[in-house]
Structure formats: structure tokens, C-alpha cells
Design a protein around this ligand. Structure first.
Ligand code: GYE
Length: 326
């Protein structure tokens, strides 16, 4: 039923695009149409909405699309690559003019590349990378540099832990590009410092509740012989902090916790003296996404990768940036 409604909505949107009258427009403007004038319809396949980061990303795209007068059709992949592939096929069938894909995992998107290519629909990869060639298999990738984020986290940690560090790593989700990169950048950096080692590494799917449960299990089965938690995102770190406190392990005193994203809750935790630091990975990517679409509409070249700058927040600057956090 939901699908049928969506289809009808899209047919209505598309029908209303075709009857557009541009006769009173200056021809020079027609040569360089803005997306508003074109009444673009853009499809977005979001992998899920299980954490505040995902919700913030979708809302940012909605906000910007609305501002530009672009119709955005959002489909939720329910944490399934198969569902995301079906969603893309559906978006193509609906006749959208661009597709934005926030891909759950790194591999297995060949069918999406060829479907979009055959339909002549430019594809934009959002926030996670895939094993295709940017600029060839898809128009561009927009997001952060995950290796760099992990290096910043590791460097901050090396500075804080003067002696040895026994690290628990809470990884995000299996086969996701940001997880692969956040593992790699972190390991390559700590390996250069003697006395820093990862003692346990577990998946907690980027979720707060799972971060908490996994941390509880680790404390039960492994014990307390660790002094650092490195979480691939803030939500898992916040969950882990709850588990630490419940076990009478004091964050920031007994165990240093560091994570990635820079959410409002994480900055609050830094200010409260619990989370040590968080490396920014912003979900607010709409400006860059729609700027790329705009450039493409104007026939200008679009760089194959659009990497957004990211900062680190700890107690020296968290308060200053809390209002801009998501
Ligand atoms: O860090 C996490 C989200 O893909 C970069 O996914 C993104 C990550 C982000 O669920 O919180």
C-alpha cells in the first residue's frame, strides 16, 4: 500500500513537471537552469534510520531539497543490501533524475551501477564508500575520510596514554567501508607506538544499546584489564560508558573512551567529563550533494570524490561547538 501511494505520488510529481512553460524565461537562463527551474526529482536510498546520525543525514537532505524546490523521494533500506538494491530499481522505475545512495556495505553494488547507467541516471554515493570507480561507476562520492578520522583518534589517544594502552575496540557493522577504514587507520597509527594494543574487538552495529550490551559482556567475560575504549561511533561509546559506570569503572579516570561522529550527546558527554574525545564525521552533507547535482545540471565537471573536512572535539573545544552539533 505504501509503495502504491509512493508510486502514485511520483507519477503525480512527474506529470506536473512535464507541463512546465518556460516561454517567458530569458534564453540565457534556460541555458543554465537551476534545479528549482527544472523541478528535479531525486531519489534517496538511506540504509536505515537506526541512530541519530542517519536521521540527521536524511533531515539535512530533506531541508536542502525543500529549500531548492527539489522533490526528494526517500526509501529506507531497513539495514539490508538486498532491500537497498530493490529500492534503487524502484526509484529508476519511478523515473527520478538523480539517485543518492547511502550504501550499507562496501561490496556488491554492480547491479546498481549498471541499472543507473542504462537508465542514464547519475548516481551519488553518500557517506560510505563502495568498491566501484568514482567518476565512472557513479558520479561522485560525498563524505568523510574515515582513515583520517581513525588516525586523529589514535593520535589523540597516544598523547593521552603516556604508558601502556590496552584497548577495547567497538566496531560498527561488518563489511561497511567506514568500519574497514576506521580499523585500518587506527591500527596503522597505534602500531608505531610500543605498548598500545587492541585486546578485544567486537561489532556493536553503530547502536547505543548494542554498545552497552557488548561492553557489559566484555566486562563479564574478559574482566577489567583494559584502559581504553575506541568506538567507531558516538552512540556505541555512549552505550559503553553506561556499561562502564554500571560496573563501577569510571570513564576518563579508569578508562579513556574515544569515538567518532561529534554528535550533540557526545559533546555533552565530553563536557560532563565522561567521553574523552570525539572526531567529527558530519551527517550534514546536503550542501555538497546538491552542489554536485547543480554542477552536473550546468554541464560542469564534478570531482569524483568530495571529502568534507573534520575536526576533533575534546574538553578544550566541546562547549564552543555544542550548538552546531547534530
Ligand atoms: O559514523 C555512523 C553511521 O557511514 C560515516 O554510519 C557513516 C557512519 C557514522 O551509522 O554513526
Amino acid at each position: 500500500m505504501k509503495r502504491l501511494l509512493l508510486l502514485l505520488t511520483a507519477i503525480f510529481i512527474l506529470a506536473s513537471c512535464t507541463g512546465k512553460d518556460n516561454s517567458d524565461k530569458n534564453p540565457a537562463e534556460d541555458k543554465y537552469p537551476t534545479p528549482t527551474e527544472q523541478n528535479l526529482v531525486v531519489g534517496f536510498s538511506q540504509m536505515n534510520h537506526i541512530n541519530p546520525w542517519r536521521v540527521a543525514e536524511t533531515n539535512d537532505l530533506k531541508r536542502k531539497a525543500e529549500e531548492l524546490g527539489i522533490e526528494l523521494i526517500i526509501l529506507d533500506g531497513e539495514s539490508s543490501q538486498e532491500k537497498q538494491i530493490e529500492d534503487i530499481i524502484e526509484l529508476v522505475a519511478l523515473g527520478v533524475e538523480y539517485i543518492i545512495l547511502a550504501p550499507l556495505v562496501f561490496e556488491g553494488w554492480d547491479e546498481v551501477f549498471s541499472t543507473c547507467r542504462d537508465a542514464g541516471i547519475p548516481l551519488i554515493m553518500l557517506d560510505r564508500e563502495v568498491d566501484g570507480i568514482p567518476g565512472v561507476d557513479f558520479l561522485t562520492f560525498v563524505g568523510g575520510d574515515f582513515v583520517k578520522e581513525a588516525i586523529s583518534a589514535a593520535e589523540w589517544l597516544i598523547e593521552k596514554t603516556v604508558s601502556s594502552a590496552k584497548i577495547i575496540e567497538l566496531r560498527g557493522r561488518e563489511r561497511a567501508s567506514c568500519v574497514i577504514d576506521r580499523e585500518r587507520g587506527f591500527r596503522e597509527t597505534i602500531e608505531q607506538t610500543e605498548g598500545m594494543k587492541i585486546v578485544i574487538s567486537e561489532y556493536a552495529d553503530f547502536e547505543r544499546i548494542k554498545g552497552q550490551r557488548v561492553m557489559e559482556e566484555i566486562i563479564l567475560s574478559y574482566g577489567r584489564d583494559f584502559n581504553v575504549v575506541y568506538a567507531h561511533n558516538d552512540e556505541m561509546a555512549i552505550g559503553a560508558i553506561q556499561a562502564l559506570k554500571a560496573a563501577n569503572i569510571q570513564p576518563n579516570v579508569d578508562v579513556i573512551v574515544i569515538s567518532i561522529d561529534g554528535s550533540k550527546d557526545a559533546l555533552k558527554s565530553v563536557i560532563a567529563g565522561e567521553l574523552g574525545a570525539t572526531v567529527e564525521c558530519t551527517p550534514k552533507l546536503a550542501e555538497q550533494v546538491f552542489a554536485a547535482i547543480m554542477r552536473n545540471e550546468l554541464g560542469k565537471s564534478v570531482p569524483p570524490k568530495i571529502i568534507v573536512p573534520e575536526r576533533l572535539f575534546d574538553k578544550s573545544n566541546a562547549l564552543e561547538h555544542i550548538d552546531e552539533a547534530f
